[in-house]
Design a protein around this ligand. Structure first.
Ligand code: NAI
Length: 217
């Protein structure tokens, strides 16, 4: 565990992409792959791949390449995907409902167990069998169910207060979609999502036609 701590966030941020590619290889019954082949598929240099994977012991063997299933499982463990995370959504509007309808999170062990809103018209409805509850019962729910992650898809006005409450009730991570920066105690991790940042980057790429390749970060 202490070793994992030393892996830089830059590497950690690349791991989900490796994980996804390796998952696709498994689906295609490919059991081993060289760093060169993986590099061609992922459009990342082979040395970058070796460097990244060497951070946690390599897993590659000279002349054999990587054992796809093993590497996939190990990266999963490093990311913490070998355990189930219980999630809730706060704000059952357009974005909250769209995310609630997305089933693929479950495949990675992220289990949506409740949705919360203030709007009486939404309370009581279900999305994929998951109920929308009144925000008033969120404290009890989060504590009793030991919820790990809250997806914040509510208007920005109340986000800080809600985030602070959730932190106090023991939440471990906030997936924050609202356009508000959150400052929380160290035991609560925050990951912000701004779709518009991707769009602005795309605008730059369109403007700067000298970028000829699809570069991934
Ligand atoms: P929406 O208005 O469709 O949904 C918001 C929902 O939150 C409503 O159902 C409302 O009743 C509920 N709500 C209001 N106050 C609440 C509270 N105190 N506690 C719990 N629920 C509450 O809005 P939409 O389009 O779904 O956007 C939601 C949030 O996501 C906004 O903050 C918006 O800025 C953000 N957003 C972020 C994007 C991103 O790329 N990160 C993209 C789109 C939206």
């Amino acid at each position: 565990m202490s070793e994992e701590r030393k892996i830089s966030m830059a590497v950690i941020r690349r791991l989900p992409r490796y994980y996804r590619y390796l998952g696709e290889l498994i689906d295609n019954d490919i059991s081993r792959i060289s760093s060169r082949e993986l590099s061609e598929r992922m459009k990342v240099t082979a040395s970058q791949i070796r460097q990244d994977l060497n951070n946690f012991g390599g897993f590659g063997q000279q002349g054999y390449g990587y054992n796809v299933e093993y590497l996939h499982a190990e990266i999963g463990k490093i990311l913490g995907l070998d355990k189930t995370h219980k999630m809730i959504i706060v704000g059952a509007g357009n974005l909250g409902q769209a995310l609630a309808n997305y089933q693929s999170f479950e495949k990675r062990g992220f289990k949506l167990i409740g949705i919360f809103d203030v709007n009486p018209r939404l309370i009581g409805m279900t999305i994929r069998g998951i109920e929308v509850y009144d925000i008033d019962v969120m404290e009890k729910f989060v504590k009793e169910q030991e919820v790990d992650i809250a997806m914040l898809t509510m208007p920005k006005e109340n986000v800080r207060e809600t985030a602070n409450n959730l932190a106090e009730w023991g939440i471990k991570g906030l997936w924050n979609f609202s356009p508000v920066d959150l400052y929380l105690p160290k035991h609560v991790q925050v990951e912000n999502v701004h779709l518009s940042h991707g769009l602005m980057t795309l605008a730059y790429k369109i403007k700067d036609q000298s970028l000829t390749e699809n570069e991934e970060d």
